[in-house]
Design a protein around this ligand. Sequence first.
Ligand code: PMP
Length: 405
Amino acid sequence: MLNASQPPDLFSRFAGYTEANDLMKAGLYPYFLPLAGQEGATVRRSGRELIMCGSNNYLGLTNDPRVHAAARAALDRYGSSSTGSRFLNGNTDLHEELEAELAAFLGKPAALVLSTGYQANLGALAGLLTPRDYVLVDRDAHASLVDGCRLSGAKVRRFPHNDAEGLRRALEHLPDDAARLVVVDGVYSMEGDICDLPAVAAVCAAYGARLLVDDAHGLGVLAQGRGTAAHFGLTDQVDLITVTFSKSLASLGGAVAGSEEAIHYLKHKARSLMFSASMTPSSTAAALTALRILRAEPHLAADVRAKADYVRRGLTEAGIGTGDSTTPIVPVPVPDAVSTLAVWERLIRAGVYVNPVLPPAASPRLRTSYMATHTVAQLDRVVDALAAQPELRRAGDRVPSSASV
Ligand code: PMP
């Protein structure tokens, strides 16, 4: 029953939210763009072809006929949905095949497949940690890692981006009797820089911390596709590796890899696994086939890095900075949010699709990313289009560290 004085209506906040409408009115709303069709490294929008420099399809496998054929065959054999959680009715031999082959590829004894990379991080972190534990998270770690830490109720400490000394200082102040986990990305999704894993792993070993690396952007890209831990020869020092299938593996889904014991535990504790339907048969088969292609054709990983190197060189020659990026993610700093959107809109008109990133996700920038399937002619057009934007030359070389997401 309501008192005489009414409580505030939760829904009254909708009318007060005008930010997106303001951008729409100015013709600068860059989100939820409906794209129709994809061919090679181009997409279609409103009947026009755009060179796609904003996709995580690093190896270009979303259009590979072998991936399509596997997805179709699984659709025909298992149906269009898994219709439930793996815990109960939604497990198939395909999910288990993918787990076995992924674990072997990553150099870990076992893996657990979940329905998205986001759910893999949520499941691994909230399944493992309790409010008694401490979790130390890089300041630029992906939002799904931050959300997983929050959901776990563990005591969260952020440390400065890619700063092992900052991590050491944070660990030093924890109570001796508290269990601790360090959480980093292998490749940072907004900066395109690689985690200083040798230094981070050494600090973890010295302070008795377990280490989780989210390798969403390292899988398929570093160390012939095997990822960041393999890149540094540190697979044994990383306790848990999480990955997504929505980037290099041309599908939808994610996984956690680790020891048999860890995976057995998470299988029975990860609520994002237990209380959500499993990957569809066709997405499981697509990821499995993409993984097999990557294993058989490791040059794909080198190809995508070479394409990004080519763009970085071109941008540097044009006086445009790309921060600390050494991977297919190439951020281009822009002085402020308004020019980010203005440049984004001009690039779309020039036939180039990039992602505008605004605070609080990160400092203003264009997040550009490259694929093994980009042609040199396309990359030349992209560099020329970026070089023609005066705001980008003014922004300088630094991409300031992201705000926390
Ligand atoms: N981790 C990182 C670093 C990511 O960039 C992303 C997706 N952008 C995810 C996890 C989540 O993956 P998914 O899209 O499969 O949910």
